[in-house]
Design a binder for this molecule. Structure first.
Ligand SMILES: Cc1cc2nc3c(=O)[nH]c(=O)nc-3n(C[C@H](O)[C@H](O)[C@H](O)COP(=O)(O)O)c2cc1C
Length: 337
């Protein structure tokens, strides 16, 4: 693990060494992932929805604790547009609090009740949104500690506005008073230095970590990410107002064809978009199957390696970038000569 090289409101808030959050990854963000992040000096969020059975969830939390050596762990609570899918979240949040998890990443629909529950349990909450407007709204209406804002480059759900981080990253930090984390397209330490220069207090990663050894998916899926470049993802389901950035594979193309044909009936899409198809793809090593979230930063994921090595590399790159900027500065006396 690299020594701490920057201190931000995010490193202080979560008690972590580096200003890097390892975001929730449906099906993939388990105890091994969160513990690997913790041991690399970051905060990793286990996805509660990946473990619907409460007993199984409790086991996973205990496993993460045992592996993380006392370093902080996080839990992702993704709030779905379909309320029946959120019923489990209250109980899962309580189990996480009881297990000693005090850092939560909520995402998508505004979680006022859930935030209250977490705050009463003494937790820190960062809420993730895909637009500056939603970030401002969350920061003013919810009792959250920080907000993360993902740009259109991101894997998974980039929202509807399609604004990239070059604009949105700066704007978010200008408009929001609480600490801001930016995500989407980040996979190199130079971007981490850039995010701090933009006024953010840290970054959230997803795609870049899909090639980590500790992520359980089949190597064939990881290899697909290694082979991918910044053009290898595709946006689908914008017509359903549920835009998704995924691997440009057979399923994504089938969905895109239905959209191009003007199909509006969700049932027609169901066989392609069901989440269990993603799980099967990760298990079987078939990257053509399912809508598999992946963003533009796949271009930086150039090998399968331990998560800690990915983070160390990013921290080194960030240090180098900050050193370069320092070297470019002109002292006033020198400038006056
Ligand atoms: C495979 C995959 C699964 C994801 N699943 C979730 C999820 O369950 N909940 C969530 O809040 N975000 C999820 N995300 C989003 C990430 O947590 C993170 O915000 C995003 O990936 C950052 O953008 P990047 O992919 O460009 O790094 C997922 C992303 C990927 C790539």
């Amino acid at each position: 693990m690299r020594p701490q090289s920057v201190r931000t409101r995010i490193t202080e808030l979560f008690g972590i060494r580096h200003p890097i959050l390892c975001g929730g990854l449906m099906w993939l963000a388990d105890a091994n992932y969160a513990a690997a992040a913790a041991n690399a000096g970051c905060l990793g969020f286990m996805t509660a929805k990946t473990f619907p059975d409460p007993g199984r969830w409790k086991e996973e939390l205990e496993k993460a604790k045992a592996l993380a050596g006392g370093n902080p762990l996080g839990v992702n609570l993704y709030i779905s547009q379909r309320p029946e899918e959120n019923a489990m979240l209250t109980g899962h949040a309580d189990l996480a609090l009881q297990a000693g998890v005090h850092s939560f990443e909520t995402a998508a629909m505004p979680p006022a009740d859930l935030v209250r529950q977490l705050k009463e349990g003494g937790a820190k909450v960062i809420h993730k949104v895909a637009s500056v407007r939603h970030a401002v709204s969350a920061a003013t209406k919810l009792d959250i500690d920080a907000v993360s804002v993902v740009g259109m480059e991101c894997g998974g759900h980039p929202g509807l506005n399609m604004v990239g981080n070059m604009v949105q990253g700066v704007l978010a930090a200008l408009r929001v008073d609480i600490p801001v984390v930016i995500g989407g397209g980040i996979g190199h330490g130079r971007q981490l230095a850039g995010a701090l220069a933009f006024g953010a207090e840290g970054v959230v990663l997803g795609t870049r970590l899909l090639v980590a050894d500790e992520v359980w998916s089949h190597d064939a899926v990881k290899e697909r990410v290694v082979q991918a470049d910044e053009t290898s993802s595709r946006l689908v389901l914008a017509s359903m107002r549920n835009t998704y950035r995924v691997i440009d594979n057979e399923t994504a193309r089938a969905v895109a064809e239905l959209e191009a044909a003007g199909v509006k009936d969700y049932e027609t899409y169901r066989e392609h978009v069901r989440g269990t198809l993603q799980k099967e793809a990760y298990e079987d090593g078939d990257p053509e199957k399912g809508l598999l979230s992946m963003g533009q930063s796949a271009v930086f994921a150039d090998r399968i390696e331990p998560l800690g090595d990915i983070i160390d590399r990013m921290v080194d790159e960030m240090d180098e970038a900050m050193g370069r900027l320092q070297g470019l500065r002109v002292a006033h006396e020198a400038a006056a000569e």
